[in-house]
Write a protein that binds this ligand. Structure first.
Ligand code: UD1
Ligand code: CA
Length: 495
């Protein structure tokens, strides 16, 4: 497909280098596609002007999220997946916020100031539609449609045919019904509010998603009216017009109903979230991941570079970009965000890891908290109630219990005892702590940063270390222990 040279509407310019790279590469894209015979121009209109009153939200409806992406971004990405697709989003409510939050999308934006119906929405972009283009109409609040289904729909479009996506519902209430003639050809859509009892009994409904030739569509748009129960300009009226003009209305069905379900309420949003999560879970399982329960796994982002034999227990939540090696075990209730985990590593229950890199054959948790910019080398053990922040830990080091280490560089083969604290903050500045290879930090030690503990140094338990501790020596700061022999505890005196 070759992108249309027509670019009407307001187009968000891609940011700085993106646009530069894009304009340099653009001729190559063109030359690539020029070898395709009879290229089809694809234009996609995403309808997103509806108010979404039933969400009861200050956020425009299409900005609510499924997984890590807003409803509208899901639809945009689907459209953008078709090479050379020229996209135009029709928006209404919450326009400035919408355009601000989605400024990175390569799309035209067209305002529909008043929402007078789906036909009226498409009329707003009539000048932008190319006569020879194949026009795909999508809804901004229908996030789970797949490219396979869209491909099937597009294949139905010709000079004398158009494609309409329909679905059969057990309860069709609220939807436009598909009317078919004696030969089973789709001939019209009647909206619920305009339908008679017989028509309402029809269970095949309009999904709203259709594809057709631009020139034809423009002609029919000019003939839409609002003489109906809702006083709206119905896009659905183009079906009867097509039939009258000798254009066949070919229909197809999605692989699953969820693909065409829209979001009007928070309950529907939650429903689609579950469907989406199950899809992600199944795709991970296909890549060789064991999920103890695919219904109790959430991914709000993506797992890239997933190795083999990864086992994930229940209620794990992953966000952002996750990289997983081979033979990893992740325990129940673990939260991972933007992190990388090496081969053979085990993350035990209730651990929380963010923006960090965990090496191979390491063990983290249970109940560990790894905060951003932490890097654990191979074979590191981090135990319960340990918090690490902006810290590197060298190979084979162990920090097993009840400890805070922040802004620190910990060497290899180090053992940090329970209750150790790097006092890294003086109330204004953060200061670094350095712990050399092979050091042993006794329990309940405070390392008052900036401070260095030398290689193979030993720090006596209970020390407050304010000055650098040299290599290979025992350093401790601790009041002398005294024993008072024969000491008597006070006793109650008789009255
Ligand atoms: C529409 C169809 C109906 C179909 C149903 C599927 C029409 C007349 N009816 O119903 O046959 O079964 O979708 O869900 O087309 N929108 C705008 N501007 C408007 C009105 C709507 O952009 O003026 C957008 C909405 O944001 C939404 C989509 O169009 O994304 C559908 O609008 P909605 O009101 O949900 O659908 P209906 O018109 O009730
Ligand atoms: Ca409506």
């Amino acid at each position: 497909m070759v992108p249309s040279s027509r670019r009407a509407g307001e187009r968000a310019a891609p940011a700085g280098w993106v646009s530069t790279v894009f304009s340099i590469l653009w001729p190559f894209f063109l030359s690539d596609f020029s070898s395709v015979p009879d290229p089809m121009t694809l234009q996609t209109i995403i309808l997103a002007a509806g108010q979404g009153t039933r969400m009861r939200s200050a956020l425009p409806k299409v900005l609510h999220r499924v997984g890590s992406l807003s409803l509208l971004e899901h639809v945009y990405r689907l459209a953008d997946g078709f090479a050379g697709n020229d996209i135009n989003i029709v928006y209404g409510h919450g326009g400035p916020r919408l355009r601000n939050e989605l400024a990175q999308l390569r799309t035209s934006w067209t305002e529909q100031a008043e929402q007078l119906g789906t036909g009226h929405a498409v009329m707003q972009v009539a000048d932008w539609i190319g006569d020879d283009a194949t026009v795909l109409i999508l809804y901004g609040d229908v996030p789970l449609l797949t490219s396979t289904t869209v491909q099937q729909l597009l294949a139905l479009v010709g000079d004398h045919s158009m494609g309409l996506l329909t679905v059969e519902l057990a309860n069709p209430t609220g939807y436009g019904r598909i009317l078919r003639d004696g030969e089973g050809r789709a001939v019209a859509i009647v909206e619920e509010k305009d339908a008679d009892a017989g028509q309402r009994a029809i269970r095949e409904v309009n999904t709203g998603i259709m594809a057709l030739k631009g020139g034809r569509l423009k002609g029919w748009l000019g003939r839409l009216h609002n003489r109906n129960a809702q006083r709206e300009y119905y896009l659905t009226d183009v079906i009867a017009m097509a039939v009258a003009d000798g254009v066949r209305v070919e229909t197809c069905r999605p692989a699953e109903i969820a693909e065409v379900l829209g979001v009007n309420t928070r309950a529907q949003l939650a429903e689609l979230e579950r469907v989406y999560q199950l899809r992600l879970a199944h795709s991970l399982m296909e890549q060789g991941v064991t999920l103890k329960d695919p219904a109790r796994f959430d991914l709000r982002g993506q797992v890239i570079d997933c190795g083999h034999d990864v086992e994930i227990d229940v209620n794990v939540v992953m966000e952002g970009t996750i990289r997983l090696g081979n033979d990893i075990r992740i325990g129940p209730n673990v939260y991972l965000k933007d992190c990388e985990i090496g081969d053979g590593t085990e993350i035990l229950a209730n651990s929380h890891i963010e923006e960090s890199i965990i090496g191979a054959d390491a063990r983290v948790g249970p109940y560990a908290r790894i905060r951003p910019q932490t890097k654990l080398a191979d074979q590191v053990h981090i135990g319960n109630f340990v918090e690490l922040k902006k810290t590197t830990v060298g190979k084979g080091s162990k920090i097993n219990h009840l400890t805070y280490v922040g802004d620190a560089q910990v060497g290899s083969g180090v053992n940090v005892g329970a209750g150790t604290i790097t006092c890294n903050y003086d109330g204004v500045y953060k200061h670094p702590t350095e712990i050399g290879d092979g050091a042993f930090i006794g329990s309940n030690t405070q390392l008052v940063a900036p401070v260095k503990v030398g290689k193979n140094a030993t720090i006596g338990a209970g020390s407050v270390i304010t000055k650098d501790a040299p290599d290979d020596a025992l350093t401790l700061s601790r009041p002398q222990q005294v024993t008072v022999a024969g000491w008597q505890r006070p006793t109650k005196k008789p009255r």
